[in-house]
Design a protein around this ligand. Structure first.
Ligand code: GRF
Length: 215
């Protein structure tokens, strides 16, 4: 069976990239990361890719006056690699509609909250301040609404008494590293698609996001 060609976009630490790499290397998902692209030359995710001899590309966003120009530059890089699926893994740039439309149904993101709760930044801090009892992470298809695309899979974690942002972040990230490779694996098996605004899995639309339940 041929493997699914991935491009992974990172801006920082790249722990989700690492989880995908590990799943790929262990043969758990039928993927091949063709390229890792970053807007930040210092992103540690680039180091992780190099360690696995995966091509890296840097498109520094500061070099572009307009978002559209930056996105065109990233799309030009992607055009050279022709990925089947583009995976945003801690990519901290907001993509323009032209980019999103070009990769519609082939563009995934992971967000550190139980969407639609807490879109945007600093979600762990905000979860603590809001006194939430439950928090988590969501993998979703990217559409034009920021952090608003249809959610595929979510993992929930408890918010514990006296939790710190660091502890809560770690608890959520542990789950992120499980759910992102899982969803990518489903996509690689041809089980997952976006049709209009709805997620389809195994030939049927999802009425609500799936909840991660370890096997
Ligand atoms: C993750 O928490 C992810 O949900 C968010 O950005 C963070 C990236 O972490 N989109 P890493 O770079 O994968 O370690």
């Amino acid at each position: 069976m041929s493997s699914l060609a991935l491009a992974v976009l990172v801006s920082g630490h790249g722990s989700n990239l690492q989880a995908i790499l590990d799943a790929q290397c262990r043969g758990l998902i039928a993927t091949e990361i063709q390229v890792v692209i970053s807007n930040d030359p210092k992103a540690y995710g680039l180091m992780r890719a190099r360690r696995f001899r995966i091509p890296t590309e840097i498109v520094p966003h500061q070099q572009f006056l307009e978002r559209e120009q930056f996105d065109t530059a990233v799309m030009n890089v992607l055009a050279r690699y022709q990925p089947d699926l583009v995976v945003l893994a801690g990519f901290m740039r907001i993509l323009t509609p032209a980019f999103i439309q070009a990769y519609r149904g082939r563009l995934l993101n992971i967000h550190p909250s139980l969407l639609p709760m807490l879109p945007g930044l600093r979600t762990h801090e905000r979860a603590l301040h809001a006194g939430l009892r439950e928090h988590g992470a969501s993998v979703h298809f990217v559409t034009e609404t920021l952090d608003g695309g249809p959610v595929i899979l979510q993992a929930r974690v408890p918010v514990l008494p006296n939790d710190s942002v660091e502890r809560l972040t770690r608890r959520v990230q542990t789950e992120e590293h499980r759910i992102y490779p899982a969803v990518i694996g489903w996509y690689a098996q041809g089980r997952l698609s976006l049709q209009r605004e709805q997620v389809w899995l195994d030939g049927a639309p999802l009425s609500q996001p799936l909840r991660w339940a370890p096997l």
